[in-house]
Write a protein that binds this ligand. Structure first.
Ligand SMILES: Cc1cc2nc3c(=O)[nH]c(=O)nc-3n(C[C@H](O)[C@H](O)[C@H](O)COP(=O)(O)OP(=O)(O)OC[C@H]3O[C@@H](n4cnc5c(N)ncnc54)[C@H](O)[C@@H]3O)c2cc1C
Length: 356
């Protein structure tokens, strides 16, 4: 049986950092992730158009100056595949892979005689004194039954790395989450038709995404010790209205934090793009969405656009108990700031208890 000081569940932004910092303390640590590679949610959400809204220079580990300085983003808000490349770079540089089991789910974890016993699949049982759970936020799909649809159903939260070829296909998207905002501009030129079944309008701000050259890279390298804080992006409704004639695309009420977009609003002015209200959906039939007025939208592919669960973390099979530490991004905080703080606090607690 694998015998550890600390078992880490998850190899995303939090889990990899926990693995590195705990191993630096000389502890026997191993991480497990059901995903096929490092990067957590970025590995799962590999849909076209996925991007960082946070400037890339902030989405870094500040644990090793060379790790920071030897990387360079190619644009201010990197695409998801570049974020994944950064995770792979960090895992290799910090030599994390020798302490990591990918495609391995922790199916249960229970206190057992003063330590923790984990069951992993595939793999055997694991014993660990402490357990650090970095499971991320659960995806939540819209409450639409797609089981009768004869075409392909795809979830944004389970979009394979090698992708789905949407070229020339009739595509529908259920729900207007940030994933929809990111996806639409990147597929609109390729698909034969695009239907968006929107539940609500979303605040967006056009992404200003300059390509980074040498000067930006030098500026970035100089800021390791002194990061410039990222300003929160708040929607400008007048700017949104100037971009679209369709009032259904502009939310009412006070402007909220905006998702950056690459031409989301403009996409709806295209002749082959239709916006329909999810509330008017009667059912999804074999051919596609059937609307309350009898219209049927025939589709080849139905994309289910996942949001994130903001509630308490759901830890299937993982019991509560002494020595369990859970790290999950809090809804009111920016994850890239919040997660390293939480991980550091957990590492301090574990190291403190080890020394005592
Ligand atoms: C498209 C997209 C854009 C984003 N943009 C930003 C941004 O601009 N700024 C920002 O700060 N944040 C952003 N985020 C939020 C992002 O979730 C966080 O930044 C961060 O990546 C979360 O890391 P995590 O390690 O906490 O969780 P995750 O990355 O979700 O990793 C959790 C991992 O745990 C694994 N896991 C869970 N349970 C088990 C189990 N029982 N057994 C094995 N493995 C398990 C999962 O497979 C998963 O890989 C974005 C997210 C997405 C998807």
């Amino acid at each position: 049986m694998m015998d550890l000081d600390v078992a880490v569940v998850g190899a995303g932004f939090s889990g990899l950092l926990a693995l590195h910092l705990l191993r630096e303390q000389g502890l026997r640590v191993h991480a497990f992730d059901a995903a096929g590679n490092v990067g957590g949610t970025w590995w799962w959400h590999a849909y076209p158009g996925s991007h960082l809204d946070t400037p890339g220079e902030h989405y870094q580990y500040r644990v090793d100056e060379r790790l920071y300085r030897d990387w360079g983003w190619s644009e201010r808000h990197p695409a998801g595949y570049e974020v994944q490349r950064w995770f792979r770079f960090a895992a290799d540089r910090l030599d994390l892979r020798r302490s990591l089991s990918l495609r391995t789910r922790v199916t249960s974890a229970h206190p057992d005689g003063g330590s923790w016993r984990l069951e992993t699949a595939p793999g055997g049982p694991v014993r660990a004194r402490e357990l650090v759970v970095c499971p991320g936020r659960r995806p939540v799909e819209p409450a639409v039954d797609t089981s009768a649809f004869a075409g392909l159903v795809v979830r944004t939260a389970a979009w394979p790395e090698d992708g789905h070829d949407l070229s020339g296909r009739r595509v529908g998207i259920v729900g207007t989450t940030p994933a929809t905002v990111q996806l639409v501009p990147w597929i609109v030129d390729r698909v034969a038709s695009l239907l968006v079944l929107g539940d609500e309008a979303v605040d967006v701000v056009r992404r200003d995404n300059p390509v980074y050259g040498w000067q930006e890279r030098e500026d970035y390298r100089a800021r390791y010790a002194d990061p410039v804080p990222a300003a929160p992006v708040v929607a400008d409704r007048a700017a949104m209205r100037a971009r679209t004639d369709d009032p259904r695309l502009v939310p009412d009420g006070p402007p909220g934090t905006a998702t950056l977009d690459d031409g989301y609003l403009e996409a709806f002015a295209r002749d082959h793009v239709i916006l329909a209200a999810l509330a008017d959906l009667a059912r999804v039939g074999p051919a596609g969405p059937e609307m309350a007025d009898g219209a049927v939208h025939e589709l080849d592919v139905l994309v289910v656009s996942d949001a994130f669960d903001a509630g308490p973390p759901r830890l299937a099979g993982i019991a509560d108990g002494a020595g369990r530490h859970v790290v999950v991004a809090r809804p009111d905080r920016l994850p890239y700031l919040d997660l390293p703080e939480q991980v550091t606090a957990v590492v301090d607690a574990i190291v403190g208890s080890t020394v005592r």
